[in-house]
Structures are given as structure tokens and as C-alpha cells.
Design a protein around this ligand. Structure first.
Ligand SMILES: [Zn+2]
Ligand SMILES: [Zn+2]
Ligand SMILES: [Zn+2]
Ligand SMILES: [Zn+2]
Length: 352
């Protein structure tokens, strides 16, 4: 323990007093000193469900159900110059389906058919359909009577129904790895910047940060339980302020937040406002309700720059934006991340 260190400590103490900030000893209360918190975007599961993030497997994305109705039985008998046909079906879908059944019999290269009336196949139930094939010439009828067996071909034609599993959208929820925590379920504690010490990150903003750390060492060596972290309540940026910012200033704020860099003039004309640390395009919209049109324009710009991933930043996204993202993924294989300004404000260390 030397006097110089003590002197340093004292100077820091004075400095802090002069700045009217408090000296407290504290482990970051938010993360209990671990430097990590449970990822708030996935509640620590490491997974996120993206509504309409995948193609509906029941209708292959068409939005129209091709219902699964299984034929369970069939029988045909000759009866008074006609053929009566009975077919048993089981509707495997959870919705009622209407359809008609057609049966055909071929006699000496002539085909006779009969079609049922429009029939209801109730959801998950068995249904018997009866129909009659008539108009058979007496000669052909005789031939059928002489034959021991004859074959009937049966076809079921169903009405189109909007896919009940996706409400006709053709899209289904998908589970993806949470992009905020890379599937780990934890993110760096935003209160302490991962240091585990209260005010840890804020200190970096102060010039005296280095000196205060020095003071910790002194305090520990001296066995004195004083603490050494300067707690400064930094006024957070508010969404409203960002909405009112001049556009170029807003873009700079976003790029700084993402550790990104700005784009060239030709990129900007194309719709790319900057690049992430990893060199992927970023489009920045100082608007609410950004929708599919914007996404598709950005996807086109990404294509021209041969980028496979991109990030779109806006205050909020419209309901159709997710569909635009799915489309970009399906048509061009692009991965688009939609990040809200709120997410940027709230999470300090996003790996983008
Ligand atoms: Zn569907
Ligand atoms: Zn997460
Ligand atoms: Zn913390
Ligand atoms: Zn995100």
C-alpha cells in the first residue's frame, strides 16, 4: 500500500463529489454479477417463433387444401339394367369437405359413367356414397352379366377449401434460432455491459474510468470496503427523439448502434444505407409500419450487391412485412432481419 495510490483514490473521491455522483459498492443487480441476462427476446429458450415464417405443410403454401379423403371400401352390383356402386370414405381432415364421386365401367371399349350428387364428407368421419351407372346397352349389360367380375374405376373430386391450418395464407409459424442470443438464451447484461459490476459500462464513457478501476485495486489491497464505481444515470435515448432527428443523424445513430458503417452514394441511391460490421447491407427507415414493398425493394438492392443477409431497421413493421420476408427467403434465398429501433435502444450488444 503506498501513499500515492491513496492520494489517487482521494482525488477520485473529490472529483466524484464535485460531479455530485455517488460512490457505492455494487455488483450489477440486473445480472447478479454474471455479466449475462436471460435473453428477453426468446425468454431464455434460444428459440423464437416467427409467425408466418414457413410454408404451410398442409397446403404446400398454396393456401388451398387438397384434402386427404381415403377410400375405405367399394362394391358394385348389376341391378335391373344398371350398376349400383357404393363407396366408403374417411375424411382425414379436421374440416368438412364437399365432393362428388364418379364411377366408370368399361365394356368392350365403351365406357359408362355415373356421378353422385354433391356429398358432404364430415370432418374426421366415415361416409358412404351411393351412385348408379345407367344407360348401359342391353348387349353390354349381358356381357357384364356373363363376366364373373368387372372393374369399376372410382374418382372423387372435392371442392376447393381454403386451407384451415393456415387460414388460407399458405404460411405457417416457424421456429428459428433466436438471432439476439444466437440460440444461447443469454445476452450480455445491458446494465453493466457484461462487466458484472454496477455502472460498469457507463464508466467507459467517463475519462476517469481508468482511475476508478485503479481505486478498486487500492481498496482491495487495503482491505477497505469502499467501492469504486461511479454511478452516473445516463439519460437514455428515447424513440420520440429519434423520430424527430434529421434523417442523416438518425442513420448515423442506427449505424453506430450496430457498429456498422455508412454506404457509398451509389449504394444509397439503390436503397442500401449502410453495412453491418460483417459487411451485410442495412436499410434504415425512419418510419412506422414498414411493409412488404420496402422489403422487396431492399431485397432487390441486396441482389445487386450479391448479399445473402440484410438488416432492415424501422420504428415498426406492418403486418405484411413478414410475408415480404418469407417471399424474399423463398424467391431469392435471402435472410432479412427486421430490427426495430426499440430493439436497438434496449439491447446494447447485438451481434448483427
Ligand atoms: Zn395451409
Ligand atoms: Zn434469445
Ligand atoms: Zn449486469
Ligand atoms: Zn431481431
Amino acid at each position: 500500500m503506498n501513499n500515492k495510490s491513496l492520494m489517487d483514490a482521494f482525488i477520485v473521491f473529490l472529483l466524484c463529489s464535485a460531479l455530485s455522483v455517488a460512490l457505492t459498492m455494487a455488483v450489477c443487480p440486473r445480472c447478479d454479477g454474471t455479466g449475462e441476462i436471460e435473453c428477453p427476446y426468446c425468454d431464455g429458450t434460444g428459440e423464437r417463433t416467427v409467425e408466418e415464417g414457413a410454408v404451410c405443410e398442409h397446403c404446400d403454401g398454396s393456401g388451398t387444401l387438397n384434402p386427404l379423403i381415403i377410400q375405405k371400401s367399394r362394391s358394385s352390383h348389376l341391378n335391373d339394367g344398371k350398376i349400383s356402386v357404393q363407396v366408403g370414405y374417411e375424411n382425414e381432415e379436421s374440416v368438412n369437405i364437399f365432393g362428388t364421386v364418379t364411377a366408370a365401367v368399361e365394356v368392350e371399349s365403351k365406357t359408362y359413367t355415373g356421378t353422385s350428387s354433391r356429398t358432404l364428407f364430415p370432418a374426421n368421419e366415415n361416409t358412404q356414397v351411393s351412385l348408379t351407372i345407367s344407360g348401359i346397352s342391353s348387349e353390354d349389360y349381358k356381357t357384364l352379366e356373363e363376366q364373373q367380375v368387372f372393374s369399376t374405376s372410382i374418382t372423387l373430386e372435392t371442392d376447393d377449401v381454403p386451407c384451415p391450418y393456415c387460414d388460407g395464407t399458405g404460411l405457417a409459424p416457424a421456429t428459428i434460432e433466436c438471432p439476439h442470443c444466437d440460440g444461447t438464451g443469454y445476452i450480455e447484461c445491458p446494465d453493466c455491459g457484461g462487466t458484472g459490476v454496477e455502472g460498469g459500462e457507463q464508466n467507459e464513457a467517463l475519462d476517469i474510468g481508468g482511475t476508478t478501476y485503479g481505486l478498486v485495486a487500492v481498496a482491495v489491497v487495503a482491505g477497505v470496503a469502499i467501492t469504486a464505481f461511479v454511478v452516473v444515470k445516463k439519460r437514455g435515448v428515447k424513440e420520440e427523439d429519434l423520430k424527430k432527428m434529421p434523417p442523416s443523424e438518425f442513420q448515423n445513430w442506427v449505424l453506430k448502434r450496430m457498429d456498422g458503417k455508412s454506404a457509398s452514394q451509389s449504394d444509397v441511391r439503390m436503397g442500401i444505407d449502410g453495412y453491418t460490421l460483417g459487411g451485410q447491407p442495412v436499410s434504415i427507415r425512419q418510419e412506422d409500419g414498414v411493409g412488404r414493398e420496402v422489403i422487396e425493394k431492399f431485397a432487390a438492392a441486396m441482389g445487386r450487391r450479391n448479399a445473402k443477409n440484410g438488416t432492415l431497421v424501422a420504428f415498426s413493421f406492418g403486418a405484411d412485412a413478414i410475408r415480404g420476408r418469407v417471399r424474399a427467403k423463398m424467391s431469392y434465398g435471402f435472410d432479412l432481419e427486421m430490427v426495430t429501433v426499440r430493439e436497438l435502444i434496449e439491447s446494447r450488444n447485438r451481434p448483427l
